[in-house]
Write a protein that binds this ligand. Structure first.
Ligand code: C2E
Ligand code: CA
Ligand code: CA
Ligand code: CA
Length: 279
């Protein structure tokens, strides 16, 4: 249940925890084998900090398991990574989100973008660039409207390899966002070396942005730095008007968080955020 950047250990013991894991494992294998039809993509708005217009969204997976009920990604993504199922699940999301983006782009929102999370495990597959290219080609989406979100833990391995993969992905057209910025081990090293378009500042810095001078100084610093290196700054986890006001004052570019909308199913997302009369 650890969520991102955490590792889970599976013991062979017959305690209820490992039985539950086994149950999830079996059900997940089945769900992947039956064309991922139990997985659903939710979308959360990302707004322009100045205009408050919804310019993009993040695709976030949910698993509506017949056997286990509704599962949040924190409950199954780490296991999917461990079992090697994340690549199939990831391909499914990428394809689904690319088709959705193309559809919105062709129906009144030509510049609207979708952000898609790529797991570290997916990124380290040796054919990841070819694989992403195939999906972009097959769906016919404008690749410039796709944003691939990668996390810092990705680069702990081998910086040169990481550089080549990220450059390869970026050459295909998508923008690259560094996710969860500030939570990893080598943040500054990363943004110096990787070709990034967007830096997403982690929610932990936003939670007490209103009262905490350190958090405020951190976001100010990264906004300053982003101007020098030519990236955009997106902040995650904005839940209140006060937070929004502080952050727009600091000069961040994009805002994501419950204050502007939770992740919701596609129909509800479009209804709330992509109004025909706003064309
Ligand atoms: P993330 O990429 O950092 O995504 C942001 C998470 O923060 C989402 O949780 C979102 O619902 C939540 N969030 C956004 N705004 C707020 C807010 O204002 N308040 C609070 N409390 N939470 C907010 P979610 O959907 O549960 O996803 C959790 C993580 O699971 C994601 O973190 C990401 O690492 C992973 N994940 C989700 N979908 C995918 C996917 O399709 N592929 C991969 N590889 N990982 C995914
Ligand atoms: Ca993300
Ligand atoms: Ca994040
Ligand atoms: Ca986060």
């Amino acid at each position: 249940k650890g969520g991102k950047n955490r590792y889970a250990y599976y013991s062979a013991g017959n305690d209820s925890g490992s039985i539950k894991q086994l149950d999830i494992e079996n059900n997940m294998r089945q769900a992947v084998a039956s064309e991922c039809d139990e997985f659903i993509v939710f979308y959360q708005p990302v707004v322009d900090a100045v205009t408050r217009e919804c310019v993009s969204c993040e695709a976030l997976i949910r698993w509506n398991s017949k056997a286990l009920g509704f599962m949040a990604p924190g409950e199954f993504i780490p296991l999917a990574e461990y079992l090697g199922l994340i690549t199939s699940i990831g391909d499914f999301i990428l394809e689904e989100a690319c088709r959705q983006c193309k559809d919105w782009n062709e129906h009144g929102f030509p510049d609207f973008r979708i952000n898609i999370n790529l797991s570290v495990v997916q990124l380290m597959q040796k054919d990841v660039v070819d694989n992403v290219k195939k999906i972009l080609d097959r769906t016919g989406v404008n690749p410039h409207n796709i944003v691939l979100e990668i996390t810092e833990s990705f680069a702990i391995n081998d910086m040169e390899r990481v550089m080549n993969i990220v450059k390869g992905l970026r050459r295909l057209g998508p923008k690259i966002a560094l996710d969860d910025f500030g939570t990893g081990y080598s943040s500054l090293n990363y943004i110096k070396q990787l070709p990034l378009d967007i830096i997403k500042v982690d929610k932990t810095f936003i939670d007490d942005i209103v009262d905490d001078d350190y958090a405020k100084a951190f976001v100010k610093l990264i906004v300053e730095l982003s101007k020098t290196i030519g990236t955009k700054i997106c902040v995650e986890g904005v839940e209140s008007r006060e937070q929004y006001e502080v952050l727009s004052q600091i000069g961040v570019d994009y805002i994501q968080g419950y204050y502007f909308g939770k992740p919701v199913p596609v129909g509800e997302f479009a209804h709330r955020n992509l109004r025909r009369d706003a064309q």
